[in-house]
Design a protein around this ligand. Structure first.
Ligand SMILES: Nc1ncnc2c1ncn2[C@@H]1O[C@H](COP(=O)(O)OP(=O)(O)OP(=O)(O)O)[C@@H](O)[C@H]1O
Ligand SMILES: [Mg+2]
Length: 138
């Protein structure tokens, strides 16, 4: 468990994960609106050496950041309406491919998340405090 007291600390936590990330890793992120998932991804992508500007893939299903040490596939299931929409874009090809995948709101379609994925839960404590917990059961 990690307590973040600022957006910068959440970005720094993401950066640490990004620096250690390995080909094929899948990170399943869960937690309320504004809990810090996208900020974490921002740090993660920077930790992989990418200069990409990270925003939530809201109107498209995924963002790809290809300029770092490994390709990153950033999904957000919040507005995804069905599992079919994900199969149509070849979700499995991404997560079983040779990049690193991060999925916001992964618990919305947890059946699609492989068992080797690392789960991270983001909890909103107060305005600037977030609790990040690793390895939560689904
Ligand atoms: N300790 C903190 N860690 C992360 N974000 C923080 C923290 N304290 C305040 N914030 C603010 O909370 C918001 C987190 O937004 P972010 O987009 O990362 O959330 P999210 O979990 O991705 O939400 P959504 O479910 O809408 O995608 C930002 O506006 C950020 O400035
Ligand atoms: Mg987000």
């Amino acid at each position: 468990m990690f307590i973040s007291n600022s957006v910068e600390q959440t970005i720094a936590a993401g950066r640490t994960y990004g620096e250690k990330a390995r080909r094929g890793d899948v990170f399943a992120l869960r937690g309320d609106l504004g809990a810090g998932k996208t900020q974490f991804v921002k740090g993660f992508v920077a930790g992989l050496g990418s200069n990409a500007d990270v925003t939530s893939p809201t109107f498209v299903l995924l963002h790809e950041y290809g300029d770092g040490r490994l390709p990153v596939f950033h999904f957000d299931f919040y507005r995804v309406e069905s599992r079919e929409a994900l199969s149509r874009i070849g979700f499995d090809d991404y997560i079983f491919g040779d990049g690193v995948s991060l999925i916001e709101w992964a618990d919305r379609f947890s059946a699609l998340i492989p068992s080797r994925a690392k789960w991270l839960s983001f909890e909103l404590k107060d305005e600037n405090t977030r609790v990040i917990t690793e390895g939560v059961a689904r």
